[in-house]
Design a protein around this ligand. Structure first.
Ligand code: ADP
Length: 565
């Protein structure tokens, strides 16, 4: 038994550990999922930034698409003869000149020393013609210088394309190549219009693409990191905070000192993910609590069943003993009488008394066992009828007068007048009273006080049976109505019993639609309170002529009373 007990504990511990482990794993995966959701939403946004910068890059040179397939030999020829470009190239140049993104368009023929000597270079002017000018900015020469250096290593690879594009510092330079000769004919250089970019174009595209409404989950700034200057922002209401930046990307190579910087607000994603996380955690928590509850419940009921089985085994051993003892006494006394060994009148009387009191003890015992069997059988044995509880109590007291006198019981009886009738089985009520009174006397100390009160409480009748005995500790109160339960202490050990009386009482009270409660303090005594609902008016009328019948057990008790003393 003990081995199984510890095995059960081990199983419970394994179960609890498994549940805790599973819950932990689930919570961990829920958090991981939450993080992944946020992460993937951010990765997605980073991609959008990359796409955005690529788009701007394309925007810088898209006006020159088509230049690569222009006939370079014809262009050279035309330029040699007229100092101007062919119509197809001029058309492209016109389109570029109209675009505010470029501040000017210059052409520097290949052999020119323009930037070194500060000689004039050609500027594309409003009459769609190139005209010499000495008024050009350093940006033009920077771009051209970079292009000239880079083309030296690239030229050998250009056999079919007549154009190379250079993203040089704050300008774009296009080298026009004659692939058949593998030589550069000249450079078209266009500085960017920074005023237009900073004040008009970039703020507009940033708010259009990443403004608060379009992109609630992020704020984007374009920052010149060399001057720590914010050039444009997707949401001008939100001020730049370096600490908040979670992602940065270089702006297209024309402006390598510009950076696109992003802070993720992710409010909607976080909120959605948080809500789902919380919902999942609640469901998980509830499921785990349910599982734990079920486990503990199963464990507790297994324990209870075990305790009941143990009590039943004890009970069987006790009952066997209790039944055998009076029988042995009766057998021995009967044998002596039958042998005729007892002649003296007084001794004869004593023998008779012995046999009778042992028979009564035996009968009480058997009655109790039968009561248990009856209450186990349930409602069918209960025959409710309108009953005046006060009358039943008085009749009970009347029958047991002698018993109380002999036991020196101090009776304190208080029964309300004109009690309404309740619908209960009278035999049940007798058994209830008799068990509670028995206990009140059994568990009393030297003072054998017995208080019985019957009162009318509006919609029910209340029966209280009070003693000033040993009382019941709080921790035992919930168990005393359990079958075979006896309080385990030295005071209870002095009395005989099997822990059946109160379970019978409770069963009978409930079978008769009543309720039972107990108030008790160790050393102060106990009060058992029973209530039964009163009959409705119509039921009362029906019951006027129905007086309580003689309880079945009356003759039995009369007989008992005459002899027990
Ligand atoms: P039994 O009296 O045969 O042991 P019961 O079912 O009548 O069985 O009572 C169960 C237990 O409740 C008793 O063993 C006793 O410990 C406790 N008990 C019952 N009535 C009283 C009482 N009036 N005062 C103190 N303890 C009581």
């Amino acid at each position: 038994m003990k081995r199984y007990g510890s095995f059960r504990w081990i199983l419970l511990a394994v179960g609890v550990i498994a549940i805790i482990g599973l819950t932990g794993m689930n919570v961990y995966s829920l958090y991981a999922l939450h993080e992944n959701t946020l992460e993937s939403s951010r990765e997605n946004k980073k991609l959008q930034i990359t796409e955005f910068t690529d788009k701007i890059r394309y925007r810088f040179f898209k006006k020159f698409i088509g230049l690569g397939s222009a006939d370079i030999n014809r262009l050279q020829e035309q330029y040699k003869n007229t100092g101007q470009f062919t119509p197809e190239v001029t058309k492209l140049l016109n389109k570029a000149a109209e675009d505010s993104i470029y501040s000017d368009i210059y052409f520097i023929p290949s052999g020119s020393d323009a930037c070194q000597q500060h000689d004039p270079i050609l500027r594309y002017s409003s009459n769609n013609k190139f005209q010499p000018t000495s008024n050009y900015s350093a940006v033009v020469c920077d771009g051209m210088g970079i292009a000239r250096t880079q083309i030296k290593s690239l030229l050998a690879d250009y056999q079919y394309n007549n154009k190379v594009l250079f993203h040089s510092h704050r300008s774009i330079t296009i080298a026009l190549i004659d692939p058949s000769e593998q030589e550069v004919f000249g450079y078209i250089t266009m500085p960017f219009n920074q005023d237009f970019l900073r004040n008009s174009y970039l703020p507009k595209v940033l708010t259009q693409k990443f403004g608060a409404e379009e992109h609630p989950g992020m704020n984007v700034w374009l920052r010149d990191w060399t001057n720590n200057e914010i050039i444009a922002s997707s949401n001008p209401n939100i001020s730049y905070d370096r600490e908040q930046i979670q992602f940065a990307q270089n702006f297209p190579d024309f402006f390598d000192y510009w950076k696109v910087e992003v802070s993720f607000t992710d409010k909607s994603t976080i909120a959605a993910s948080n809500t789902s996380l919380i919902r999942n955690l609640i469901v998980l928590g509830a499921a785990m609590l349910l599982l734990l509850g079920a486990l503990v419940f199963m464990f507790r009921s297994a324990q209870k069943e075990r305790a009941l089985a143990e009590r039943q085994t004890d009970f069987l051993a006790n009952v066997t003993h209790e039944l055998k003892t009076p029988l042995s006494v009766m057998q021995a006394a009967g044998e002596n009488l039958a042998d005729g060994r007892v002649q003296d009148q007084q001794r004869l009387k004593n023998y008779g008394n012995h046999i009778f009191s042992e028979a009564v003890r035996l009968r009480k015992m058997i009655d109790k066992l039968l009561d248990v069997a009856k209450t186990n059988a349930g409602e069918s044995l209960v025959e409710p009828q309108p009953t005046d509880i006060g009358e039943v109590v008085e009749s009970y007291l009347d029958k047991h007068q002698k018993f109380f006198r002999n036991k020196d019981v101090i009776l304190d009886i208080n029964i309300d007048e004109n009690l309404p009738a309740v619908n209960i089985d009278q035999n049940s009520l007798e058994t209830i009273i008799s068990n509670l009174v028995d206990n009140a006397i059994k568990y009393s100390t030297d003072e054998k006080y017995l208080g019985i009160r019957v009162s009318n409480q509006n919609d029910h009748v209340k029966l209280c049976i009070e003693d000033h005995g040993i009382g019941i500790a709080k921790k035992n109160i919930s168990n005393i109505f359990t079958k075979f339960f006896r309080v385990e202490d030295s005071l209870t050990a002095k009395t005989k019993g099997h822990g059946l009386g109160l379970s019978i009482v409770k069963n009978l009270v409930e079978l008769n639609s009543g309720s039972i409660d107990v108030e008790s303090n160790p050393g102060d005594g106990s009060t058992f309170i029973i209530t039964f609902p009163i009959l409705s008016d119509s039921d009362q009328k029906d019951s006027l002529n129905t007086l309580p019948t003689q309880p079945e057990s009356e003759s039995r008790n009369k007989e008992l009373e005459e002899h027990v003393s």
